[in-house]
Write a new protein. Sequence first.
Length: 628
Amino acid sequence: MLYLLFFVVVKECFAIITHLNDTEYRRMPPLFELDDYGTCLRKSNSLYCLARLDLFADSPNDLVTMIKEYSEYTERHYNHSYIERGVCVAKQCQKYINNTNSNTLNGGLEACLNQTIWNKYGLQAKLAHIFYCNQKDEIIEYDWSDWLFGGILVVLVSINIIGSCCDFMLEKYFHNKERDKYINGICNIILCFSLRRNWECLSSIKVKDSRLARLKGLHGLRALISFFIPLAHVMWLIGTGFTDNPQEFEKGSESSHYQLIFNGMMIVQIFFVMSGFLMVYNLEILSETVPITWSMWPTIFINRFWRLTPANALVILFTATWLRYLGSGPLWKLYVSGVVSDCRQYWWAHIFYINNYVPDDKACAVHTWHLATDMQLFVLGSIVYIATKSRERGFVISLLLLFSMAAPALHVWFQDLDALVLLKPEFYRSFWNDTYRYLHVFGHNNLSCFIIGMVTGYFAYNWQKNRVEVFKHKIWQYLTWCVIPGIVGLIFTGSVFYSERRLSLVIRMTYAATHRAILGVITAFIILGLVFKIEHKQRRVLECDCWVVLSKLSYCAYLLHLNIVHILLGARTQLGHVSFFYVIINHLGILTLSYLAAIPLFLMVEIPFNRVIKTLFQDTMVTNKKKL
């Protein structure tokens, strides 16, 4: 086997090739090729097909052996035993195809591409399947759901115009006391949609309650984490394939900056800590004036549900309808049509926040698993808060924390999963991974950080109320400077799982059980540092006024950014290029577009509907106060 001399590293005992030099790598057929899409479809009756081919050889073949052993290293390599091609049928394969009926098309394409692969590489290729074929001037069919979304947009714009006009008229023609006479009932609801008032809400940075003012640094923390979260999704632009240098992506997984992105998916846990903290901290403050009893739970739940749902529902409806009309190309149906189809089928799971437990929903707004998990944890946390108001709170919370750490470990044990989601090349290519589906997104596996956040909320409130000075010693100031290195170090620990030999079950179970909780404790210390002003320099950075607006827009930007990624993926008409610079430029561009698009969504949907629910529940709160 002379070809083994060219390998940099060969693991013969495991039949795995971890590295190939450039010469040997080029012996393999390219993973992806695209014929010119625009030129192909200029002719009438033209056909452009996207297909998958499986490589094989009837007789012993050293190249097939090399491909198989190189593909075995799944942690860092693509599966090179199958390739994907975008083919202009008239240009390449017309002589093999007499007509375009399905049987002849499949047989003709297979014969054509098999001959091409044989001539260039001495391998045979079997047509696994044709993803789809595009023709010139395909007719776009609109249905009732498209008109429904258009109607909802018209209604939303109309209400915002009416609300803004009413606000302008009251401001112009009436003094403050006279204006208050007209602001009641339905008029109060309509004014919730005043763009002027909502803009003031977006740009306002003042908080009346001094204890809530101490949480200003959370705006900075939320904004910064929101900047980094989309990075894993931006990686789809090069990781999903159809690039001219996939070897660079395989090599990149060994570099520190890529590992920071790959393992950085765990930073979403910071949001769960913040969510648990804010729930308890705000309820404790509210309990000073309103009794938090079971009769209040529906109000608490509806307020939370209404806080998230209008903007989320509108984005899901847009994804299920108009998204499919925003572009075209050889990859549009591959990267966009599946998303649209799943959203049309599973929209209800996203509206009711159970999509993270629906395994068949593989493509629709996959990033909103975080919203579903957060809602589930909030429901559980609020029930625990009320149920343990007068007894056994410490015991119940300790029990939940133990369960939250045991659950991920048990999943790893029973389902033989990885300790965390490994963003392998094939994961990007296929959009499927058991660890992601059964360990990463389930609500009960993310409970630990929410529980730690709840405990942090209890401590922060009680220490403030009783004026307990916990962080007087200077050692706490020094520890605040260890926070960022600690988080980065924790993220890099995930790199040990990207090895050619899978680590033991005990190590995987231990890591799955503990890494979320460790990050939760670090985040809890950050929050307490902001509330009790342990250190001044870092706190001033996070409390900068510039973060407030970005923090308020972060939810809408989060909802919108993945659709921009899908559009960029689907609209591609030629092979992309793998480089870290390309990732950074696209990340900044997608962030900018997401925040710009978030402004109208925030002003016209998120904040007005939140003001509506606060107005509707205002009477309930007043009634409860009178009962005291």
